[in-house]
Ligand binder design. Structure first.
Ligand SMILES: [Zn+2]
Length: 387
């Protein structure tokens, strides 16, 4: 890869013809149209928080270095920003009065309102820019290895860079656009932010059954996202048709896997709604996030609910009672071993070798109290728990 260091380009040059797209949240062009600020493989602008964008301007005013900026040389007069897009967009947005900074009196000032010597200082500031020339794959590999100053790229942002093309562009239009009115609906089941690509990442994960890289590589040149969109919507519609009440614990569950496992089964949403309410009000259920898979799977796998277990005092008391009785009768203190036919028939287990079990199963209404507690050897307890 060939690189040329440029030290002659000023803020004024870069911001010549700066265009910012508010809707997409992207800085688009600069350098009199020669520079593409946010190529499709770049993430959206995320510095617009009144902190990071302001910090960029304050650094310039104080004469602090802004760090290296990298351009990819596309042709003799065409460049794309490889690294530095957040900083450049911040500068461009300030110069076009999209945000203000505070002056020495704590007053908010837009670019047009600051003293003219300060305006000049900003405009004349020279940036350190490396122009890079190389093969697409080379540049992308390099792009993957640098960690952008400020906020590192997350996994999906990197994948978007590596597999850039029409498919990623369309995917981002649908799933990474915070103006999309569906985002609110999706947020009931999917965690994260559209701008940081979390919905796109989720849609890709679901449709590819976890093989996101392979899927993106295969569809890279495709100019539609029909399958991606249809599959994602099928999962969302499936969830909302079964679970009519939205609970906060539903966010970020492995819905793609659950959909694949249970999509062929029929559910009565009224009955399901009642079950959810019952489990939510059951104080023995420690893991509410497990409620949905528990119901989908036929309400049998109580491990998903992390049902509250017997406390130590209860276990000790029951153990003592069982041991005394067993020794009197000359049988094992595990009631299931005692009725068996092997050498454990008369074995007295230590408390560490046993676990507490619900005599009447919790799922059938059995309480977690001393009357419903019985100690079993670990082998028998495990065997019973798996039923
Ligand atoms: Zn046993």
């Amino acid at each position: 890869m060939k690189t040329t260091l440029r030290t002659d380009i000023t803020v004024k040059d870069i911001c010549e013809g700066f265009v910012y797209n508010e809707l997409e949240g992207k800085g688009l062009f600069g350098l009199s149209g020669k520079l593409t600020i946010q190529p499709e493989y770049q993430r959206n602008y995320i510095y617009a928080d009144g902190k990071r964008d302001v910090a960029v301007i304050e650094s310039i005013l104080k004469g602090y270095p802004l760090g290296l900026i990298y351009f990819n040389t596309v042709s003799a007069d065409k460049f794309e920003v490889l690294d530095g897009q957040q900083r450049i967009t911040s500068i461009g947005r300030f110069l076009t009065s999209k945000f203000a900074i505070k002056d020495e009196h704590g007053m908010e000032q837009y670019f047009s309102g600051i003293a003219s010597d300060k305006q000049e200082l900003i405009l004349k500031t020279k940036l350190l820019i490396y122009e890079c020339e190389g093969e697409e794959s080379e540049i992308k590999e390099w792009f993957k290895t640098i960690n952008i100053a400020g906020v590192p790229l997350n996994n999906q942002e990197l994948l978007n860079a590596i597999y850039s093309g029409p498919f990623v562009t369309l995917g981002k239009e649908e799933f990474s656009n915070s103006q999309n009115s569906n985002i609110q609906k999706w947020s009931a089941y999917v965690t994260g932010s559209a701008l940081r690509q979390d919905f796109l990442a989720c849609a890709l994960d679901w449709v590819s059954k976890g093989n996101v890289s392979e899927y993106m590589s295969r569809h890279r040149k495709q100019d539609n996202i029909k399958e991606l969109k249809t599959y994602f919507n099928s999962v969302i519609d499936w969830i909302s048709s079964i679970f009519t009440d939205v609970e906060s614990e539903m966010r970020g569950l492995e819905w793609g896997r659950l959909y694949e496992t249970y999509k062929k089964q029929a559910y009565d949403h009224n009955k399901v709604s009642k079950q959810v309410k019952e489990l939510y009000s059951d104080s023995y259920v420690k893991n509410r996030r497990g409620v949905f898979e528990f119901i989908l799977g036929g309400s049998s796998d109580t491990k998903l609910l992390d049902v509250r277990v017997f406390d130590e005092a209860t276990k000790k008391s029951v153990y003592g009672k069982q041991k005394t009785e067993a020794e009197k009768k000359g049988i094992s203190n595990c009631p299931l071993c005692a009725v068996g036919n092997n050498t454990n028939k008369t074995k007295i287990w230590t408390i560490a070798e046993m676990d507490a079990d619900h005599v009447s199963a919790w799922s059938k209404g059995g309480a977690t109290d001393i009357k419903n507690c019985e100690m079993l050897c670990k082998t028998h307890n495990r065997a019973k728990g798996n039923k």
